[in-house]
Write a protein that binds this ligand. Structure first.
Ligand SMILES: NC(=O)c1ccc[n+]([C@@H]2O[C@H](COP(=O)([O-])OP(=O)(O)OC[C@H]3O[C@@H](n4cnc5c(N)ncnc54)[C@H](O)[C@@H]3O)[C@@H](O)[C@H]2O)c1
Length: 265
């Protein structure tokens, strides 16, 4: 990998790196010189990605990890420390949608599933990384939230509530860790084409309505995983050294406007 990359000398742990935004982030971080430690449930996909990163000259370690299981997350963090003796960056990216059923159709287990991954998965990782980052008095944590955590209408009820919790915890942890020079921020993606949104894209394409995808964004299009990885990289890097406690929409302008039907052509 090229020296003097934007993350040269840093070690980054990324969860949910087996596809989509997490995969794009892992590739971008490695290109910028970070040694990356990748956790996700599908080890075969992680190993394939690791080979790709190594072929390009990057350094990578992978481990099968279910972020909803605290012991798994603890072991992922410990592996990063054992392998590279430090963790500079944590990207909490793993997430699930939980579907689009109504509250009358749901039970507590449906809500627990979404919160166990999207909220507790992030809390476990922050808990286990905190000791190491506090010791070194530096660190950058980036949570992958969603516009669904800011407004309604971009996912199911439990998903939206879980991302609202991620946004609030981003500020809460930023306040808890500020004195230790640990920054905590979040990106809130709009509609991005990944495995998560595949059913939406498949449905629209089947119906010949692809042009409608992302059409309510000010930029009139949906986004690519790399367009989320880039602001994650910025927030993770020293370039964002005075930014903490922020959750930043990366959504083609979607949340900037009420975008009422009929108001614009
Ligand atoms: N795609 C979008 O439009 C969009 C919009 C807003 C926010 N997001 C958020 O971006 C993040 C990444 O999603 P994506 O769009 O790349 O979808 P994706 O499905 O491609 O990626 C999610 C990743 O998380 C992993 N994962 C899920 N549960 C896990 C668990 N318990 N333990 C470990 N890994 C787990 C999945 O296997 C997958 O690799 C998620 O947090 C998602 O909520 C996505």
């Amino acid at each position: 990998m090229a020296k003097n990359g934007r993350l040269e000398g840093k070690v980054a742990v990324i969860t949910g790196a087996s596809s989509g935004i997490g995969e794009a982030t892992a590739i971008m971080f490695a290109k910028e010189g970070a040694r990356v430690v990748l956790g996700a449930r599908r080890i075969d996909k992680l190993e394939k990605l690791a080979n790709q990163i190594k072929k390009a000259g990057g350094e990578v370690t992978v481990k099968a990890t279910d972020v909803s299981v605290e012991q798994d997350v603890k072991e992922l963090i410990e592996l990063a420390i054992k392998t590279y003796s430090q963790i500079d960056i944590l990207v909490n990216n793993a997430g699930i949608t939980g579907g689009l059923t109504t509250v009358e159709e749901q039970n507590a287990e449906d809500w627990r599933k979404v919160f166990n991954t999207n909220v507790l998965g992030m809390v476990y990782a922050i808990k286990h990384v905190a000791t190491y980052m506090k010791e070194r008095k530096k660190g950058s944590i980036v949570n992958v939230s969603s516009v669904a955590g800011i407004r309604s209408g971009a996912g199911g009820n439990a998903y939206s509530a879980s991302k609202g919790a991620v946004n609030n915890l981003t500020q809460t942890f930023a306040c808890d860790f500020g004195e230790f020079n640990i920054r905590v921020n979040a990106v809130c993606p709009g509609l991005i084409e990944t495995e998560m949104t595949k059913p939406v894209f498949d449905y629209a394409r089947d119906k010949g309505k692809e042009s409608k995808l992302g059409s309510r964004c000010e930029l009139r299009r949906y986004g690519r995983p790399e367009e989320i990885a880039a602001p994650i990289l910025f927030l993770a890097s020293d370039e964002a050294s005075y930014i903490t406690g922020q959750f930043i929409p990366v959504d083609g302008g979607n949340t900037a406007s009420l975008n009422l039907p009929g108001m614009k052509v």
